[in-house]
Design a protein around this ligand. Structure first.
Ligand code: FAD
Length: 308
């Protein structure tokens, strides 16, 4: 059995494994895909001290850093079940799709999240070529341009307000007849001169010139008429889904959005089980934050071990 087993190999999991191994305790890391969301990221310009890098490059550096320590790395393994220890200080068990199981005194759950996609033609083709999911990450790439935000919930309206300060013009598309965002955010959005809001809009296609996005098609749900809008970029803000389906029967406390609830040391509702990164209730989902959270959870796990 391990002292600390990290489930997930994104920035949070990699950081947790390094921090645990540096304490001299037996450390394992299992991941479905080492690198996580960072593998799919083109440009990264907000990882402090690295002015500009690319996802695969950062993942290679993360992997090299983890391998510099005595960490048992098991890639391409999908966890399907968590069986918590029966007594506090006992061993937790994780079951994998292959049927294999691993036991550990402490766990750091870092299975991340995924952006909900529109699932319309063109979206996948133009991902990173105008289709974006993270305004904090990609907003500055559209300076002075015309972009769309899809989704009128809190994240969509926050994104539109944020982007309006950077880009030339923002058009927000909401599927329903009204936006669901908090009134204070809607009021702020409506006060901005370079923002349009289109309600009852069902996005039907992302259009492009073969190399980049040049607009989108939507159907007005009240009239069934189809429209085309010329655009330079599209920010999809219809939800971030935490990868916690496999934890549903574990008894672990999850938020109404399915995120793992943690305390200041990253511990979950189950003693000895910690969590970090996008899979938790941490409000902002970024690489640098996930790494910090991973370090926090590993230190929390070490603290738990020396007390039990
Ligand atoms: P993830 O990166 O999601 O990693 C989760 C890990 O868990 C993966 O290894 C995955 O394979 C594994 N996993 C999931 N389920 C299971 C399971 N059941 N069993 C085993 N393993 C499992 N952030 C920035 O700071 N700057 C940017 O420029 C930036 N750009 C982005 C661009 C894109 C296109 C995307 C999608 C995200 C971007 N982000 C950016 C956000 C950033 O990537 C995430 O905040 C960060 O990766 C979260 O790290 P994490 O370790 O918590 O989770």
């Amino acid at each position: 059995a391990f002292d600390t087993l990290t489930v997930g190999g994104g920035p949070a999991g990699a950081s947790a494994a390094i921090y645990a191994a540096r304490k001299g305790i037996s450390t394992g890391l299992v991941a479905e895909r080492f690198g996580g969301q960072v593998v799919d990221t083109l440009g990264i310009e907000n990882f402090i001290s690295v002015t500009k890098t690319e996802g695969p490059k950062l993942v290679a550096a993360m992997e090299e850093h983890v391998k510099d320590y005595d960490v048992d790395v098991m890639n391409l393994q999908r966890a399907v079940k968590l069986t918590p220890a029966e007594v506090e200080g006992g061993l937790h068990e994780v079951t994998f799709e292959s049927g294999a199981t691993l036991k550990s005194k402490t766990l750091v759950l870092a299975t991340g999240a995924r952006w909900r996609e529109m699932n319309v033609p063109g979206e996948a083709e133009y991902r990173n070529k105008g289709v974006a999911y993270c305004p904090h990450c990609d907003g500055p790439l559209f300076k002075g341009k015309h972009v769309a935000v899809i989704g009128g919930g809190n994240s969509g309206v926050e994104a539109a307000i944020d982007l309006a300060g950077i880009v030339g013009h923002v058009t927000l598309f909401e599927f329903m007849g009204e936006m669901r965002a908090d009134a204070v955010l809607q009021k702020k959005l409506k006060s901005l001169p370079n923002v349009d809001i289109v309600l009852n809009a069902q996005t039907t296609e992302v259009t492009g010139d073969g190399s980049r996005v040049n607009g989108l098609n939507y159907k007005d749900r009240t009239t069934d008429e189809n429209h085309h809008v010329a655009l330079d970029g599209i920010f999809v803000q219809i939800g971030l889904v935490p990868n916690t389906e496999w934890l549903q029967e574990s008894g672990l406390e999850l938020s109404p959005h399915g995120e793992i609830v943690t305390d200041a040391k990253g511990m979950t509702s189950i003693p000895g089980v910690f969590a970090a990164g996008d899979v938790t209730t941490v409000p902002y989902k970024q690489i640098i934050i996930a790494m910090g959270e991973g370090a926090n959870a590993a230190l929390g796990a070490f603290d738990f071990i020396i007390r039990n």
